[in-house]
Every structure is written in C-alpha cells, then in structure tokens.
Design a protein around this ligand. Structure first.
Ligand code: DX5
Ligand code: ZN
Length: 219
C-alpha cells in the first residue's frame, strides 16, 4: 500500500492550519515539511519554531525534509519540536553515519535524501540503519518542477538494496509526482509519494489523494 505525503511547500503559508487539516481529512498518511536554509538550496522556507506550532494543530506524522547546511546543529531542535521522521541530505554532511545516529538517539525515524546527481552507492554502508531513503526526482529548492526520469533507475536500485537486506525500509520519492506518473513511480519501487503542487493546486484535494492511491492499487 503506497502512502501519500503532501508537501506543505505548496500550501498557503498564511493558512497552514487550514491546509494541513484539509489533507489530514483527505486521507494523507503523513505531512512532508520542507525546510530550506537559502544555502544548501536557493530558497528559504520554514524552521523548527513553525514545526513546533504546527505540532499542536495536527496528529499527522511529521516528515521533516532538511535541505540545510550543518544539519548536525539542528537535529535536537527539530526532534524537540515534534518531528517524527528527520531526513537529511547525504550531500550536506561529511559524517553521514554520525548524523544518522544522532537522529536515532533522539528516538526519531531517520531518513537520508539523495540529490538527482548523487549515486545510490553512498547508502551502501548506512542503509541498514535507516527507516527511509528519499530519492529526489527534482533538484531541491522549489515545488512545481518536472520529474527527472533518471530517478526511476535509482528507485529500483534502492528497492533492491532494501529487499536484499530483508528490512522494512521505506523508499520515498520527492518532486514532480502527479496523477500522470505516480503508477510508474510506484512500479519502480517507491512506496511513499511526496506531492506538493499536484495536491495543493489540484482544486480537489480529497479526489487527488484518493486517486493517487487508487492508481497504485493495481500494483
Ligand atoms: C523540493 C521539495 C519538494 C517539493 C515538491 O525541493 O523537497 O518536497 O515540495 O513539490 P512538487 O510536488 O510540486 O514537485
Ligand atoms: Zn521535500
């Protein structure tokens, strides 16, 4: 069963509580929270104080995608603010193993994200410690970009790695996911679909989330 993680990057930032309730009632499985620092990516979004405020408003799983430099300095803050899953970029640290342990020591689920140009081989010696791998299917920084098709091969590779391990590790995909391509993406091995613009700009959030799930049912 695939899971849908709407990205609040495409929500109305002046009405976050309303928009989060909309996706929660529409059957979203988790909430994808894009944290950008203007350094690791060329955009700035929200930080842990916003996560802390939203935590009081929603029971959804908070899936925090940190697109920031020096992620080591912010793990405690995001964990203490109510993140359930903390995903860090392999490209943002020279001590990936230590960073993963920091997240796990806080009792949170740990994810590692890979930019489109980063080979999946970097995961080889850490994947057994992970709860989730995030394959970026756009260059991070903005919503509404086109899905980069090379992500299919990366998703299949990561899925094979998790199957070889025999461990229940989620494979998440982020960027350019919509009704037109979600089935093929699921077929390649992703089981958690991040969708920003496809959900929030659809005009009918409940329909879009249900349709995304229905399209993947035949797998
Ligand atoms: C991009 C973010 C994504 C973004 C996806 O850097 O990590 O989560 O919100 O947006 P869409 O689904 O519109 O491509
Ligand atoms: Zn994201």
């Amino acid at each position: 069963m695939i899971k849908i993680a709407p990205s609040i990057l495409s929500a109305d930032f002046a009405n976050l509580e309303r928009d989060i309730r909309l996706v929660e009632e529409a059957g979203a499985d988790m909430l994808h929270i894009d944290v950008m620092d203007g350094h690791f990516v060329p955009n700035i979004t929200i930080g842990h104080p916003v996560v802390k405020s939203l935590r009081k408003k929603s029971k959804l799983i908070f899936d925090c995608h940190l697109m920031i430099n020096n992620p080591e300095s912010y793990i405690d803050a995001f964990a203490d603010s109510g993140a359930d899953i903390i995903t860090v970029h392999a490209e943002a640290t020279v001590h990936l193993h230590r960073l993963i342990q920091m997240i796990k020591d806080k009792g949170k689920k740990a994810g590692v994200a890979l930019n489109p140009a980063t080979p999946v081989d970097v995961l080889q010696h850490v994947i057994s410690d992970l709860d989730m791998v995030l394959i970026m299917s756009v260059n991070p920084g903005f919503g509404g970009q086109r899905f980069i098709s090379a992500a299919h091969q990366k998703l299949s590779k990561v899925r094979s790695m998790t199957q070889e391990l025999g461990k229940n590790i989620d494979v998440q995909v982020d960027g350019g996911v919509g009704l037109d391509n979600i089935y093929d993406i699921a077929k390649s091995g992703a089981n958690i679909m991040v969708a920003g613009s496809a959900v929030f700009s659809s005009g009918d959030i409940p329909y879009t989330i249900k349709e995304m799930k229905r399209l993947c049912e035949k797998l």
